[in-house]
Structures are given as C-alpha cells and as structure tokens.
Design a protein around this ligand. Structure first.
Ligand SMILES: [Zn+2]
Length: 348
C-alpha cells in the first residue's frame, strides 16, 4: 500500500510517500481502506517529535495522522455489526480495554493508551487496522473528505466546552483562533448551544469566514487588544467561557475577560504559544473562575456530539482538499496557519 512515513523527526522533507505492506487485522480489529485523512496540529508535533517541552515517544519509521475516513476492507475474527464495504470514520484513541478508566468508558484517561498517528500507525495511508470500537459509521450525506475532518476536533471540544465546561444557552463565549480546527469547531458548538460568540483571528479573510460560520462578533487581534475589545463588547461584564487553543500570554490575558464564575477551557494545542505561564492566582480567584485543562473526550462523548453533525448543526469546515502526494505542502500550510478550518488529503 501507499503510505506517508517519517524515518526521522524533522522538517517536511522527512515526509516520504512509500510502498509498504498492508496491515493484517487481528482478533477484534477492522482493516479500513482510507479514502481521506485530515491534518491536525499534532501531526506537525509528531513530525517534529515534540509537543511543547515534552519529547514524544513515536516508533520510527512512522505513519502520522489521527483523523480518517474510508471503507471497511476486511474484518478480523470476532468483529460484529460491521461488514466489508461499510463507509466509516475513525476515532483515534486506543485504550488497553481492561483498566478502571477503560472499563468506565474513559479510555482517553487510560495510562496505557495509544493514539493513531502517535504511538500507533496513523491515517496517512491507504490502509489502517484499528479495534472495532474505533470505527464509527459515516453519516451518509458527508463526503469521505468531510467525514475525515472533524472527529479529533469534536472529541477535543465537546468535553472541554460541554461535559466539563457546562456551556449553557444565553452565555457569552470568547473563542480564540477562529481559523484553527478547534476554533472553527468551538464556534459552531457554542452557537448550536445558543451562546453569543466573540472570536479572534489575525487576518481579515478569516474574520469573515468566522462570521459566515455564525460568530456574532470578531476581533482582529493583530490590530486591537482583545481584552479591551471583549470588555467593550460585553459592556464590561466579560464572558462566561474562553476557549483557548493557543496558550501562553493569550491564556493569561484571558483571565481579564472572564465574567464572575467564568471558565477558561484549554486543550492539547493550548501549549502552542507557551506551556509555562505566570499569572496571579488571586485574579482568577476573585472571579470565582474555573480553569479547565482538558485533553480529549471519550468515545461515548464523540458519539453524543456526532448527533449534532448528523443534524447539520455542526458542519465540517474544510479549507482545502489536497492529494496524499501533497502532504508536505499541507504541513507547511498548517504550520504557517494559512488555513481556515481543516486541511484534508484525499487518498488514491
Ligand atoms: Zn485502559
């Protein structure tokens, strides 16, 4: 099969399109013929071999990619309720299956978990084998490109905003980085829950895309200070929730725009602009603020959130579909933040 692998960590020149043997599904596993995969910032981190200050343990050579969609090609022994030819999308966390977290349905907390594209082979390939539980039926009206594009963003946003963030109708939400995969997803989740959304980006074209996606107010953070703008837009009250996929000083200044009992929710990409922060605890305490650090949701949460995709209250936001051959261009586009939404690779 064709696959893009890295043999060493480094720049985009490490991404090599190669011919390698197809994986064989074992007991309880499914072989999927991938039709599309989508990029996430973790793919860049995987290529570089580090996430913030932390070195990643990635076996080399390695296939990157955590998001993908395709067709069931072959079933391993003992796999039920699925047949070859079924159209599916993938979810990327593989738990051990027997620890207390896995048995409670929270495999994202499993101490022995692996994820597609990090510890386990990823989706930049024609075929991938995954456990049965990682295969979800593709909503019929989505293309494979669309179906490949949202699972990781959705399983990231849902727990931080809904399960743990407890977003309610009528609340005001600030979403940083509208053009990121997380930002474009968070805007839609907040709107579908009846919140008023203020969002930031550094390019006018992205601000327009954010408005088209349903954002109520937009701020060009390169031209204006977001703290002053948000306070003005909320008559000095501040917002109930800040969704921060950025980190660094953005996280610290976000405390200044919180209303009483406000929540800052942050995910894995929330270390991009800085992992070690300095801020006064008293400032957060005086606002009775919740600072919520979230990595991922469970598969159950993803299935719950998927209903909003099926109801078209959340739509895949695709910046561009490129070919698997163009993976280096795709990585550069994401690294330079030239996209709004997701970059998808179609797989021949
Ligand atoms: Zn486990």
């Amino acid at each position: 099969m064709k696959a893009v692998r890295i043999h060493e960590h480094g720049g985009t020149e490490q991404l090599r399109l190669e011919e390698i043997p197809e994986p064989k599904p074992g007991h309880g596993e499914v072989l999927v013929r991938l039709k599309a995969c989508a990029l996430n910032y973790r793919d860049i981190q995987g290529r570089l071999g580090r996430r913030g200050p932390r070195k990643l343990k990635i076996p080399l050579p390695h296939i990157l990619g955590g998001d993908g969609a395709g067709i069931v090609a072959q079933l391993g022994e003992g796999v039920a309720a699925l047949k070859p030819g079924d159209a599916v999308l993938l979810t990327h966390v593989v738990g051990c299956g027997y620890c207390s977290w896995c048995l409670a349905g929270s495999d994202q907390c499993c101490p022995a978990k692996g994820t597609l594209g990090n510890e386990l082979p990823g989706t930049y390939a024609q075929y991938i084998k995954v456990p049965r539980a990682n295969v979800i039926p593709k909503p019929a009206d989505l293309t494979f490109g669309e179906a490949s594009s949202f699972a990781l963003a959705l399983i990231t946003c849902w727990p931080m905003m809904i399960t743990r963030g407890r977003l309610r109708a009528g609340e005001e939400v600030l979403v940083h980085a509208a053009g990121s995969g997380i930002g474009s997803m968070a805007i839609q989740i907040a709107k579908s829950f009846g919140a008023r959304v203020i969002t930031t980006a550094g390019v006018e074209a992205k601000l327009q895309r954010a408005l088209d996606l349903g954002a109520d107010e937009v701020i060009n953070y390169r031209q204006k200070k977001f703290v002053e703008e948000v306070l003005q837009l909320t008559n000095g009250r501040g917002v109930d929730m800040v969704v921060d996929p950025v980190g660094g000083q953005t996280f610290v200044e976000s405390i200044d725009v919180l209303a009483q009992r406000g929540r800052i929710v942050t995910c894995a990409s929330g270390s991009l602009a800085g992992d070690n922060l300095t801020f006064g605890l008293s400032k957060a305490r005086e606002k009775n603020a919740d600072l919520i650090f979230s990595s991922l949701g469970s598969k159950g949460e993803l299935l719950e959130a998927l209903e909003l995709v099926k109801q078209k209250r959340i739509k895949p936001v695709i910046h561009q579909v490129l070919s698997l051959d163009d993976v280096a261009d795709a990585h550069r586009m994401l690294e330079e933040r030239r996209q709004f939404g997701k970059i998808v690779l179609s797989i021949p």
